[in-house]
Write a protein that binds this ligand. Structure first.
Ligand code: TPP
Ligand code: SF4
Length: 284
């Protein structure tokens, strides 16, 4: 853990779930024996994105809603380096929802940690597509009239190969989930339910503590797609957490590219200086 330590002070509010997710991410990397220079950490814009300068290592801080294509590009350029992308629910289900669709169906080899605080934290508590319906928020004091997007049903509709759900108060479980996600062969979608005591007054740390339970400890088999989907969407009384679904039977995107069959080098190793003067002259 010491290798990831950084002098930058944390700017998250007291009690923010980002602290727990930050700790679990570092712990999972340490458990996997990965030094900071052996992994790429990509961040979207938001409170969670402010993690980008709270730890050492190769880090990339993208634009709001755009972390997935940037991280996917890096993962394709060098499939040997584990890539972790962090995003908020605002970025993932509004600005960047198209990228999420194609990242899941493409099955890029990477881990996506979706900080689900059910609001736009950094822009001071606006409602997101995952805010509970009719919940008063700063920018919508009468509550948003739209139906809350059922994010898990949506993700399952895209035929994912790995879906897990953790919550920001359970660091050992988040660490276990992330360790498995980073080892996964394709795109690992991790929904991290995250307390935001400043703006989310409905799914508080106490609410999550009282509602979340470990489905794997109760015998849930992550191989069963239909059971996993049913468990993931049923959040009325209790919220199932853990590794909900995983299949390793589907190759990752880069493994399905016909032109790369039999190629042993990676795209980053193949990059070289190319003299373009011949083509430039053609347009002169
Ligand atoms: C394209 C674009 N739209 C809006 C913004 C303004 N903006 C910056 S952070 C943010 C909210 C972030 O919310 P979320 O993605 O849920 O992350 P959180 O802060 O909750 O971690 C917004 C709307 C922006 N930077 N870029
Ligand atoms: S606003 Fe919410 S998500 Fe952002 S730092 Fe504060 S508690 Fe965390």
């Amino acid at each position: 853990m010491h290798d990831y330590a950084c002098d930058q002070l944390c700017t998250w509010c007291d009690g923010c779930g980002d602290y727990g997710i930050w700790t679990a991410a570092k712990r999972a990397l340490v458990d996997l024996n990965m030094a900071p220079w052996q992994v790429l950490l990509c961040f979207d814009v938001g409170c969670h994105g402010n993690m980008s300068d709270k730890l050492l290592g190769y880090r990339f801080h993208g634009l709001h809603g755009r972390v997935l294509p940037l991280a996917a590009g890096a993962a394709l350029a060098n499939p040997h380096i584990p890539v972790l992308a962090f995003g908020g629910d605002g970025a993932s289900f509004s600005e960047g929802v198209g990228h999420l669709v194609h990242a899941v169906r493409s099955n890029y080899r990477m881990t996506f940690i979706m900080h689900n605080n059910a609001n736009y934290g950094l822009t001071t508590g606006q409602a997101s597509a995952l805010t509970w319906q009719d919940q008063p928020m700063n920018s919508s004091p009468n509550g948003v009239p739209e139906t809350t997007l059922n994010s898990m049903d949506f993700v399952f509709s895209l035929q994912p190969t790995f879906v897990a759900r953790g919550w920001s108060g359970d660091i050992p479980q988040m660490t276990r989930i992330l360790t498995a996600a980073i080892r996964h062969r394709g795109f690992a979608y991790v929904d991290m339910l995250q307390a935001c005591p400043t703006y989310n007054k409905f799914a508080t740390h106490e609410w999550l503590l009282n509602h979340c339970y470990d489905a794997n400890a109760k015998g849930h088999d992550p191989k069963d797609f239909e059971k996993a989907r049913a468990l993931a969407v049923d959040t009325q009384k209790r919220v199932a957490t853990g590794i909900l679904y995983q299949t390793e039977d589907v190759p990752a995107f880069h493994e399905r590219l016909k032109p790369r069959e039999g190629v042993t080098t990676t795209p980053v190793e193949e990059v070289k200086i190319v003299d373009t003067s011949r083509w430039l002259k053609a347009f002169a």
